[in-house]
Write a protein that binds this ligand. Structure first.
Ligand code: ADP
Length: 301
C-alpha cells in the first residue's frame, strides 16, 4: 500500500508550518520523519491522519485522495499521536475495545483486541488498568490502539519520547517488528532513533523537506567527518584549531571532537603529529562512525 503526499501546505496565521512538501512511501518501508522541534512533523502527521486539514495539497493512498476516498481508505491508517493520550482509568482491554468499536461492529472487536494485544506484546498486562502500567507499557497500549483495526500504515509521532533507555530499546524493537508487516512512519528528532529503526529518512526543516533518502545514501553524501581525540593533558583549543585540516573544535580539557571536511585520514595524521611534536601522549584518536548526527546538524541548523 502506498502513501503519497503532494504539495502539502499548512499555515497557522502568518506562520507556515508545512510548506509545499511532497513524498511517497511504499509498502514495507520504515521511514523516519526527522527534524528539530517545530519543523512541521506533527502538523504533517495530523494532516495525513485527517486530524486537521491542509490549506492545500493532497494525501493519496494507493493513488486515491483520502479526502474523497471514503471511510475504508481512512481505515488504512493507524495513528499514535504525540504524547500518547490515554484514559488512565480504563482497563487495557476495555480501552482497546472502545477504540475498536469506532472501526467495526461489536461482534468483531474481541478478535481485534486479541490481535492488537498480541502484536504489541501486552499479554501479561492486558487485564490491568492503564494508570497502573509503566510508561513503556502505556506506550505499547497506545500503539495497540493505533493498530486495533489492523491498518496497513502506522504513523507514530515521537513514539519513544519520555521513556527510559530500556523502554526506548523495547519500543524501537517493537517498531522494527511491526515494520516487517506494516508501512511505518515515525517522527523523531533523534538521529540514533532513525538509525536504529528506519531504512529511510525524510528530513524536514522549517516546513520544507531538505533530504529524503536511504540512511546509507545520506551517510555516503556526508562530506564532514568527526574525529574523536583524547589527550593525556588539557589542551588549548586554539592549538587544535591551528592543526591543518581541522574546521571546527568542540570539547574541553582532554577530550575533543574535531570536525573535518573531506578526507579525515590526513587530519588524523596531523593530530598525531601535533601530539608527538608536543610530547603529549594520545589516549584515543578515531573517526566517529556515525555521521548521521552531522548530516542532521548540517541540514537542519
Ligand atoms: P514538530 O512536530 O516538528 O515539532 P509542529 O508541526 O508541531 O512541529 O509545529 C510546526 C510549527 O507550527 C511550529 O512553529 C509550531 O509552533 C506551529 N504550530 C503547531 N501547531 C500549532 C497550532 N495548533 N497553532 C498555532 N501554531 C501551531
Amino acid at each position: 500500500m502506498s502513501l503519497t503526499i503532494e504539495h502539502l501546505t499548512k499555515s497557522y496565521g502568518a506562520n507556515i508550518a508545512v510548506n509545499d512538501i511532497s513524498f511517497r512511501i511504499d509498502s514495507g518501508e520504515v521511514v523516519g520523519f526527522l527534524g528539530p522541534n517545530g519543523a512541521g512533523k506533527s502538523t504533517t502527521m495530523k494532516i495525513i491522519t485527517g486530524c486537521i486539514s491542509a490549506d492545500s495539497g493532497t494525501v493519496l493512498i494507493n493513488g486515491t485522495d483520502i479526502a474523497t476516498g471514503g471511510t475504508a481508505l481512512k481505515h488504512a491508517i493507524g495513528y499514535l499521536p504525540e504524547n500518547n493520550p490515554l484514559y488512565l482509568n480504563m482497563y487495557v482491554r476495555e480501552y482497546l475495545e472502545y477504540a475498536a468499536m469506532m472501526y467495526m461492529p461489536q461482534s468483531e472487536t474481541l478478535s481485534a483486541v486479541n490481535y492488537a494485544v498480541d502484536a504489541v506484546g501486552l499479554g501479561e498486562h492486558q487485564y490491568k488498568k492503564i494508570g497502573e502500567l509503566s510508561k513503556g507499557y502505556r506506550q505499547r497500549t497506545g500503539i495497540a490502539r493505533a493498530m486495533v483495526h489492523n491498518p496497513e500504515i502506522l504513523i507514530l509521532d515521537e513514539p519513544t519520547t519520555g521513556l527510559d533507555p530500556n523502554q526506548i530499546v523495547e519500543i524501537r524493537n517493537l517498531i522494527k517488528e511491526l515494520g516487517k508487516e506494516k508501512t511505518v512512519i515515525l517522527s523523531t528528532h533523534i538521529m540514533q532513533e532513525a538509525e536504529a529503526v528506519c531504512n529511510r529518512a525524510i528530513i524536514i526543516r522549517k516546513g520544507t523537506i531538505v533530504a529524503d533518502d536511504t540512511l546509507a545514501a545520506l551517510k555516503a553524501h556526508n562530506t564532514r567527518r568527526t574525529i574523536i581525540v583524547e589527550f593525556d593533558q588539557d589542551i588549548d583549543p586554539k592549538k587544535l584549531s591551528a592543526i591543518p585540516g581541522i574546521d571546527n573544535v568542540e570539547g574541553a580539557g582532554r577530550q575533543w571532537q574535531l570536525t573535518v571536511s573531506g578526507d579525515d585520514t590526513e587530519a588524523r595524521r596531523a593530530v598525531f603529529q601535533f601530539a608527538a611534536q608536543n610530547n603529549i601522549p594520545l589516549l584515543e584518536l578515531r573517526r566517529e562512525n556515525s555521521s548521521l548526527e552531522n548530516i542532521f546538524h548540517e541540514l537542519t541548523f
